[in-house]
Design a protein around this ligand. Structure first.
Ligand SMILES: [Zn+2]
Length: 467
């Protein structure tokens, strides 16, 4: 046995445990990895756009070379685009790589799994994304890519000055197991998987979004949360219910919106009725968090350390500031099943560089799916702004839910869930408001329903075009 005193460098220090160490915290394993990633992300948010782009390109080359080796589908596409592992990756070559569509993912399936997957990137997990179109795709992700997205997801706490010792209420699609069913939902001692390794957080409470609004409200009053995370449409229903019943959430400091498009109307409603702001984010099941609201503005910053996000116009060119186009995403770290130029199905508007100093690109707003676009007879396509408040105002009775289905270029169906049945005059007033919002004198068929269900993924769509 060697009895000589330890003389090696720090890398040979035989520390295997951080027992009894509180100041400074000495972490290991997962916590160290997350902290290291977070430390770098705290710095890279301030990089210039050019520097971020150049670092992304060197990461992209690694991804493309691995896909070249291990996924024949991509090798073929890359070759045709003029790429070769020994050549420099230029913007011109990049833009020649064909767009990967959801149908490609479904058709190719397990053939997109990378045979050259580096084992050092950890175990694989598989998840299924149902999507609002109901066509499921299966995504396999590496442990490493999940570390990166988890570390970046911690940004919301810093950027929006959240106090992690508070109580967090989560109302979202949570079918279980175990189900987060009413009346009690589920309770956890930490906020999220990412925070549990790094912080002593307050508790979080979860409830499935299919819970009726009355039961959600009763649950929220018991939880008395400091923070609430839910879908914008559910938030609106909650605020209206609280207002109608004269209820308040005295401890609430902030709401975090997920999944659906957050309208300025819901933002303002929350500010006016509950006196708190809403933090917006943009994520997809296939990719994780893609953009997060700026600490100083309502617009979103792309999470460039995890993904290259392109916004492309109808002819495949990058949109300029102020233009809207298709969102195309390349995840930078998932070598298990590379997603290279994946058209995610959403549309977004490109914003100008932010004055907060962050170099992360700006999305002025995310507009939703193409199926949420209105089509007009003159060829225009646009996202209608439907105000449920205006419907209620016109009807003179509270409208609880509204949804518009475009059947043809001439006809739409208006689905209403109202507190009391509307008479002919009230109904025609609502129809007039709708025609004004759509900017065209559509033939409107009104249907009254008990409730309007969410899609399988928990999303709620105000407007769906069936054309
Ligand atoms: Zn900013």
């Amino acid at each position: 046995m060697n009895k000589r005193p330890f003389q090696g460098g720090l890398d040979q220090l035989p520390i295997s445990s951080s027992e009894h160490i509180h100041l400074p915290a000495l972490t290991g394993g997962v916590a160290s990895m997350l902290l290291a990633l977070k430390y770098q992300a705290d710095d890279s948010q301030w990089w210039t756009g050019d520097r971020l782009r150049s670092m992304q390109y060197s990461q992209l080359r690694e991804l493309l070379n691995s896909a070249w080796q291990g996924v024949p589908f991509y090798r073929d596409r890359l070759q045709k685009a003029g790429y070769h592992p020994r050549r420099k990756l230029t913007g011109k070559i990049w833009r020649r790589i064909p767009i990967l569509r959801r149908a490609d993912l479904q058709r190719e399936g397990s053939r997109l799994a990378n045979k050259a997957y580096p084992r050092s990137h950890g175990r694989l997990t598989s998840s299924q994304s149902s999507g609002s179109t109901g066509m499921p795709v299966r995504i396999t992700a590496s442990e490493l890519s999940q570390y990166v997205t988890s570390a970046l997801s911690l940004r919301v706490h810093d950027w929006h000055r959240q106090d992690l010792t508070g109580r967090l209420a989560i109302i979202r699609y949570l079918p279980g197991p175990p189900p987060a069913a009413p009346p009690d939902g589920l309770r956890s001692e930490f906020w999220s998987e990412a925070t549990r390794y790094l912080y002593r957080t307050g508790p979080s409470f979860s409830l499935d979004v299919s819970t009726p609004i009355e039961a959600q409200a009763a649950w929220l009053l018991r939880v008395d949360p400091h923070y609430l995370l839910t879908y914008p449409n559910n938030l609106r229903a909650l605020i209206n219910y609280f207002q109608a019943q004269g209820l308040t959430l005295p401890a609430l400091r902030q709401v975090q919106a997920i999944s659906e498009t957050l309208s300025p109307e819901v933002r303002a409603l929350c500010r006016n009725q509950w006196g708190v702001s809403v933090v917006d984010g943009y994520s997809a099941q296939e990719t994780g968090l893609l953009a997060l609201q700026c600490p100083d503005h309502d617009h979103l910053h792309v999470q460039s350390e995890a993904a290259l996000l392109e916004v492309l116009d109808g002819s495949g060119r990058p949109c300029k500031i102020g233009e809207s186009g298709r969102v195309v995403v390349t995840t930078l770290h998932n070598f298990a099943m590379p997603l290279i130029r994946y058209e995610i199905g959403d549309y977004a508007e490109v914003g100008e560089q932010c004055d907060c100093g962050r170099g992360l690109p700006v999305l002025k707003r995310v507009l939703g799916r193409s199926r949420n676009m209105l089509r007009l007879a003159d060829g225009r396509r646009l996202w209608p702004r439907l105000g449920i408040i205006q419907f209620s105002g016109a009807a003179g009775v509270p409208i609880r839910q509204a949804q518009v289905i475009q059947r043809s270029l001439e006809q739409v169906e208006l689905r209403l869930v109202s507190e009391a049945p509307l008479d002919a005059a009230q109904e025609s007033a609502v129809v007039e408001v709708l025609r004004t919002a759509l900017g065209y004198p559509f033939e409107v068929e009104v249907r009254y329903l008990e409730s309007i269900p969410r899609s399988k993924s928990g999303k709620y769509e105000d407007f769906v075009s069936e054309i």
